[in-house]
Every structure is written in structure tokens, then in C-alpha cells.
Design a protein around this ligand. Sequence first.
Ligand code: MRU
Length: 349
Amino acid sequence: MINTILWKNNTVVLIDQNALPIAEKYVVCKSYKEVIFAIKNLTVRGAPAIGVAASMATALGALHLPSLSPKEFRKAFFAICEEIAKSRPTARNLFWALERMKEVISRTKPASQSNLVQELINEAKCICLEDIEINRQMGKNGSPLFADGDNILTHCNAGALATAGYGTALGVIRAARDEGKKLHVYVDETRPVLQGARLTTWELKKEKIPFTLITDNMAGFLMSQGKIDKIIVGADRIAANGDTANKIGTYSLAVLARAHRIPFYIAAPLSTIDVSLKTGEVIPIEERKSEEVTNFKGVRSAPAGTKVYNPAFDITPAKYITAIITEKGILTKPYSISIFRMHKGEKRL
Ligand code: MRU
């Protein structure tokens, strides 16, 4: 079991995802500002992991506030949440986690500030544990979609590292393997930050799941050769109609999958679904620094001054998605209806 995020002795301990796969080391954050820095520089990344880290950051922030009146405490806590909200714009789980932490303040009538801080720490730990359970459930729900002998393509890293543990898309693959299915995974390297080459391969190797690394531009050719049976990826935000934001390159895969009649699955917890957004067009897309594209490991690979466009995510229209695997079941088209029903808590999706 990989521990991605841990609350330990009033610090937040994160596996350093920038150091992987070369070194397995941990970063200890003593303040909420250090967690914000870790989210921004991708020490911790992946939508559910960002959500868990953000919830722990709010608890750290609250812990270090001076003694305040309840009103002042609330104001200061909400200001900390605002600051954390600015760390990365696309992952819905970040905002979902902040809302959940704010609810603790609204619903609790604490005897003292220290009691309230303890409530916040408990909630953040609970979000972390729940995330692992949710992923396991998603794994059970999604596993029947995969057959013995399948060759599966995945993009970016939607594994234990991108969550509190177990993973979303990789969680489904883990669950299917644990049920005895022999699977092989093609891993897109995932330019420009190489989450596939560095992180997904590292996880699959640890899990002893057979895999082959390819560059992103090879995926279409492999599909045309009949080498890929199914595709599964995670999500950063899903709109009310099923349009899905995920790592840049996901959209191209989905279109290629349609052209080759290959099932294209998304695995994501309900906390990734943003019913306040009607379509994917309004999902905010993060743009990251140009050096991610012009440099490789600190060495320039493009002429100085090269103009760059570097969106970190793209939107896959719902029509290209075969099904969305969640902890409450499998959503199918039309997603505006299945998501609406699920949001209302209806059993039949
Ligand atoms: O920029 P990143 O590495 O945070 O992007 C991560 C992804 O796009 C993942 O596919 C997504 O968050 C789902 S992770 C379970």
C-alpha cells in the first residue's frame, strides 16, 4: 500500500511525486502555505489527492491560528480556504474538500477553539480514509467491464499516487487483476510532465501488473493495429452533462477510440462531478508555465524565447465516453439524466 498523504504529528506528510521514480522520499509540510506550494509544484497531484491535501491544509491553517473570538476564527479560517482555493483551478475535488471543511465550522458548536481545530483535523483524516474506501468500491464496480486477457490503455496517473491510495482508473485495473484477470497495460508517457512514464509505470511495477510504456503520439497507431481493447482514465472535473476535464491528451484518445470502436471509460469519485456546470465548456482549464514544454529536466529543448501554449487539461465531450465508473455505480448515456439521478440519490442510474 502506497501512502500518498498522511496527517502525522500535526504535519502533512506527502510522497514527493516530483522525485519519483528515481527516489521514494517524503515532504513534511508544517504550514498550510507549504501544502499550497506542494499542490502548485505537483509534489502532490491528481484530483482526489489534491482534495485530501487541501482538507489537511485547512486543518493545519486552523491549528496555527492565534486564539480568536468564534467570529474572528471563522473569518480567518475562510480566508485560509480562499488562499488554498487559488492553488490549482481545474480539479473539482479541491473545491469539494474546501466546502466540506467549511461545513464543519458551520455545523459545530464547539466548547473551545482547540475543540473546533480537533474537529477539523478529524474531518480531514476522515476525507483521506473515505477516499481509499471510495476507490476500492469504484474498483469493484468497474472490474466487470474488463475481461481476462485485455490490453488496456491509460493516460496520465490515476493511481494510488493521484488519490489517498488505491487509485481510480488504476484502482479498477487493480481490482480486475485481484479478481484473477490477466491484464496488460499500455501507459502513455503523458507529456509534458510525464505522469505516465514516471508515476503510472512505478505503480504498475510495484503491483507486478505487466505494462508497456509508449509515447503519447503512438496511441493511435496501436489502436489501428488492434493492440488496445479498452481505455480507462481518471478525471479532474465532470460537468452535469458528462463532459470531462482530464489530463491534456485525453480528448485525442477518446476521439481515436471512437474511430476504432474501442470502449473509453472514465473512473472518478462523485466528488469530481460538478453539477453546477452544465457543460465542459465552462470548466476552468489550468495553463502551466512554458518551461514544462521548452525544457527537459532543466535543459532547454527549444530555442530561447519560443512561444508556448501549455494547457494542463482538455475536455472530452460526453458523447465519446462509453461509461463513467463511480463508487455508487456505473453511469451511462445520457449522462445529464444519469448524473442528475445519482445526484438526487436515486438507486437506478
Ligand atoms: O496535473 P495532474 O497530474 O494533477 O493531472 C492529473 C490528472 O489529470 C488525472 O488523470 C486526474 O486528476 C485523475 S486522478 C485520479
